[in-house]
Write a protein that binds this ligand. Structure first.
Ligand code: FES
Length: 119
C-alpha cells in the first residue's frame, strides 16, 4: 500500500526528504492502521515504519518530537523513538512494518522489516 499523508494524499519520497530531518517521525496512512515513517541520517527514509497501534488497548499513539517518544493519549503508555515500550500500562513494543521507497513513492507492507532496527 502507498504511504499516505494525513490528508490521504500519497507521500512523495523526495518531498518528504526535502522537509524532514534525521530523527523525524511522520504519520502515514495506507495500512489498516496508522503508522509512522522513520527519517534516518542522510536524511533517508528507513526501511521500516512503526505501527501507531498502542499495544495496551489499541488507541493510536502520537509522536512527541521534543521528547522523542510515542505517547498514547488513552492511558499514557510511552514508547521510545523505535517504538520500544518505556512506560505502561502497555507491556509490549509497538509493531514494526516494512517501508519500501521506489520511483519516489513510499510503500508500506504489513510485515516485519528484513532487519530489526532494535537489535
Ligand atoms: S490504549 Fe494506549 S495506554 Fe491504553
Amino acid at each position: 500500500m502507498q504511504a499516505l499523508d494525513e490528508a490521504d494524499n500519497p507521500y512523495q519520497a523526495s518531498a518528504v526528504l526535502a522537509q524532514s530531518a534525521a530523527g523525524d517521525r511522520l504519520p502515514a496512512n495506507g495500512l489498516d492502521h496508522k503508522s509512522f515513517l522513520v527519517i534516518e541520517t542522510g536524511p533517508q527514509i528507513a526501511p521500516y515504519a512503526i505501527s501507531a497501534v498502542c499495544t495496551h488497548l489499541g488507541c493510536a499513539v502520537n509522536w512527541d518530537q521534543s521528547e522523542q517518544a510515542f505517547v498514547c493519549p488513552c492511558h499514557g503508555s510511552r514508547y521510545d523513538a523505535l517504538g520500544q515500550v518505556t512506560g505502561g500500562p502497555a507491556s509490549r513494543n509497538l509493531a514494526l512494518v516494512t517501508a519500501v521507497v521506489k520511483d519516489d513513492q513510499i510503500g508500506l507492507l504489513e510485515r516485519e522489516p528484513a532487519e530489526n532496527p532494535r537489535s
